[in-house]
Design a protein around this ligand. Structure first.
Ligand code: GRF
Length: 204
């Protein structure tokens, strides 16, 4: 069994993906430990899960006019003290700068509520509805320097119903997110993910 991975989770809001991963960590399904939570939003509801579970957290507010590189440099410096092996973006609403991506190359994972490469960026569920696709879903992927462009680890599909609103579609996709994200994190923590170019292979 490899050593437990030390995980940092970045959030901006509700934190339901953080919570679902935390539940799996606590059940022992994931060979890892959430050592720190970072938020750009002091009001993020997800910070309550960190408080309730005695997990270190720190808010880095992104003030207008702040240089993005500097902002992420501060976060990188802060993380050094935690020996972080893996960063999970879980509803973190900022595009990372290249300094943090390089520092944690192939060790940053994101979840996106659409089947990439369709509908990257914000309001993915709205984009899917407006486009009229019949199937959407979620994608767990490594983070590279583009927006939602990194190598894909897992995707889960959901049917788009005629009766769907942005909210109902988002809710059904979220159920799949709570399955797909912990599964991908488990694979990473078991050293089972191998990246070859754009492709990610799951090893037995
Ligand atoms: C999720 O839909 C995720 O795919 C997207 O942001 C949302 C975050 O939700 N990146 P939560 O904060 O994890 O509840």
């Amino acid at each position: 069994m490899p050593e437990k991975k030390r995980i940092a989770v970045f959030i901006s809001g509700r934190g339901s993906n953080f919570k679902s991963i935390l539940d799996h960590v606590q059940k022992g399904d994931i060979n890892g430990e959430i050592v720190v939570v970072i938020s750009d939003n002091p009001q993020a509801k997800g910070l309550d899960y960190a408080r309730e579970n005695n997990i270190h957290f720190r808010v880095f507010e992104f003030n207008r006019g702040v240089n993005r590189d500097k902002y992420f440099e501060e976060i990188v410096n802060y993380l050094e003290g935690f020996g972080v092996d893996l960063i999970l973006l879980a509803g973190f609403m900022r595009v990372l700068s290249s300094n943090i991506i390089r520092r944690y190359k192939n060790r940053i994972i994101n979840i996106h509520p659409a089947l990439l490469p369709s509908f990257p960026g914000t309001h993915a569920q709205r984009q899917a509805l407006e486009y009229g696709v019949k199937v959407s879903g979620c994608t767990v992927h490594f983070v590279d320097e583009g927006v939602d462009t990194g190598p894909i680890i897992i995707q889960e599909a959901v049917e788009v119903l005629d009766t769907d609103t942005e909210e109902t579609l988002a809710a059904r996709i979220l159920e799949k997110e709570h399955i797909a994200y912990p599964r991908a994190v488990k694979l990473f923590c078991d050293n089972k993910l191998k990246i070859d170019g754009r492709r990610v292979f799951i090893q037995d």
